[in-house]
Design a protein around this ligand. Structure first.
Ligand code: AHR
Length: 523
């Protein structure tokens, strides 16, 4: 079996060592030469469709105004859910949505969000601005929303300020088919059939807003909660433990050692911050090339975190039964001035599209262990798919990447060897081109190509071992400016356009524009 390490990109000067000769169209500068070899004859693991998952928290306009406007709203809606957002999300084939937080989750008590909406209590959202939480979007609204767009529901249970009884009751309320009082309460609230619950995380960021715990203490709590949350669902619930952030390997080690046998998955959180400084993170738009480069470099850091967490997990779980769920990831910038300041609303540019693409590529390369990822967040918060204002909606560059990558959901990973020049800026040195390949259930091979260099197009020659390749067609997302983005005044400033490659000399050749993401199907 070919290891992932052997399939890391190699420098262009080492093409001979890679056993390849670049087939670059005449006239292309040497620095643009990129050679890919796709091993269709050596397929890897399945890319779990859940790595294209989403996260929706009660934060700013993530839920209220973004997804939920209520049945009485003048904004066109279906039972309270925005029609425009529903349609956009359906096109993404969202496989899973995590809810209700985030930090919100360990302060959330599920009984606040059931029953007639007019009678639900109003609470203070202590994590996010102290605003009043009306609880109009609760358990049934979330589970019905997930079902409407065809996504699996992923709940975050309250360990920080809740109890095992509270969590067990929530699961029984949702999943029990019995005549128990909790199941009858659900029926009285209008839901006769049980819902199916796919995933349950026990505490969000237990090391921080979830309770500021030590990993040893949390591991014991996880065991305790896992004991009492009975599984009423026929398909079973995947139990997820609160995992580390960034490079906190001690957390991974301590929790795996003490509770690895009780969990089905461990979560990992990592945010891409241009400057690496939480006090001055950098702006979402209007940045220079220094922050283009540092952002992409920061995004690639998750490869090392996953690699090292996976190595720790291998010690306790060599058969890889326990999955790693990267259930919060994405860019996090300084807030822009305006009414949304303080609620993590940010613009989303071509740079975010590249962060999304290289992150998804990294998750695919780790498909043997990474079996879910949830970008933060779905609408109006951080690296969002969708931004809304009143009745208007923008689909962000990140949205288009997720849409272009749909064919990779559930496809079989094909190893790719990349011989690429570097993209350099200051002290940043990155492979200029990144790529992922996969074969879908119908046998079609799909290629994702990312050009990190904001100045130079890349001439790419692709050899596919073990499959015929006559042509390739798909879409590319690019723009003139590094921070190209839509606005409500100009909602179609950046969107994918047709893109393809031709067969030449036994290879598929592409001219991939500077700062771009392309996905093509090979025929
Ligand atoms: O996504 C925003 C916040 O970031 C989440 O609530 C929390 O889990 C993380 O720190």
């Amino acid at each position: 079996m070919i290891t992932l390490t052997e399939w890391r990109p190699c420098a262009v000067w080492a093409l001979a060592l890679c056993g390849l000769t670049a087939a670059v169209p005449a006239g292309a500068a040497a620095r643009e030469q990129v050679v890919l070899t796709v091993r269709a004859d050596a397929p890897g693991p399945k890319i779990d469709r859940h790595i294209f998952g989403q996260f929706a928290e009660h934060l700013g306009r993530g839920i209220y105004g973004g997804i939920w406007v209520g049945p009485g709203s003048p904004i066109p809606n279906t039972d309270g859910y925005r029609n425009d957002v529903l349609a956009a999300l359906k096109a993404l084939h969202v496989p899973v949505i995590r809810w209700p937080g985030g930090c919100f989750a360990d302060d959330y008590h599920w009984r606040d969000g059931i029953g007639p909406r007019a009678q639900r209590p109003a609470r203070i959202n202590t994590n996010w601005g102290g605003v009043v939480e009306p609880n109009s979007f609760g358990t049934s609204e979330f589970l019905d929303f997930a079902a409407l767009i065809g996504a699996d529901p992923y709940l975050t249970g309250n360990v920080g300020s809740g109890t095992p009884r509270e969590m067990a009751d929530w699961v029984e309320y949702i999943t029990s088919d019995s005549p128990s009082t909790l199941a009858q309460l659900r029926r009285a609230n209008g839901r006769r059939r049980r819902w199916s619950l796919a995933f349950l995380l026990m505490a969000n960021e237990a090391w921080g807003c979830g309770g500021n715990m030590r990993p040893e203490y949390y591991a014991d709590l996880f065991r305790r909660y896992a004991t009492f949350v009975r599984d009423h669902a026929p398909k079973g619930i995947t139990l997820v433990a609160s995992g580390p952030h960034d490079d906190d390997y001690h957390w991974t080690q301590a929790v795996m050692a003490r509770a690895g046998d009780q969990m089905d998955a461990l979560s990992l959180h990592y945010y891409t911050i241009p400057t690496g400084n939480w006090q001055h993170k950098g702006a979402a738009i209007g940045f220079g090339e220094d922050q283009w480069a540092s952002t992409l470099q920061a995004a690639e850091r998750i490869d090392e975190y996953i690699t090292r967490d996976a190595a720790i997990m291998d010690r306790y779980d060599p058969k890889k039964r326990v999955a790693l769920f990267v259930d919060e990831w994405g860019t996090w910038y300084d807030p822009a001035p305006g009414p949304d300041r303080g609620v993590l609303y940010q613009q989303n540019s071509l740079r975010d599209a590249l962060v999304a693409a290289i992150s998804l590529d990294i998750f695919a390369r780790h498909a043997d262990r990474v079996r879910m990822a949830n970008i933060a967040q779905m609408v109006n918060v951080l690296q969002a798919m969708i931004l809304t204002r009143g009745d208007r909606m923008i689909l962000t560059p990140t949205y288009w990447v997720f849409r272009m990558y749909v064919p990779f959901q559930g496809a079989t990973y094909l190893p790719v060897k990349i011989a690429t020049p570097s993209y350099r800026y200051g002290t940043v040195v990155l492979p200029a081109v990144d790529a992922t390949a996969a074969r879908d259930a119908s046998g079609t091979i799909h290629l994702a190509l990312v050009n990190l260099d904001p100045h130079h197009a890349a001439a790419i020659a692709v050899r596919i071992d073990g499959a015929e390749a006559h042509s390739a067609a798909g879409q590319v997302l690019t723009a003139a400016a590094m921070d190209a983005h839509d606005t409500f005044a100009d909602p179609h400033a950046i969107a994918p356009v047709p893109f393809g490659g031709k067969r030449r000399g036994g290879r598929l050749v592409f001219r991939l524009p500077a700062k771009s993401v392309a996905v093509v199907a090979v025929h």
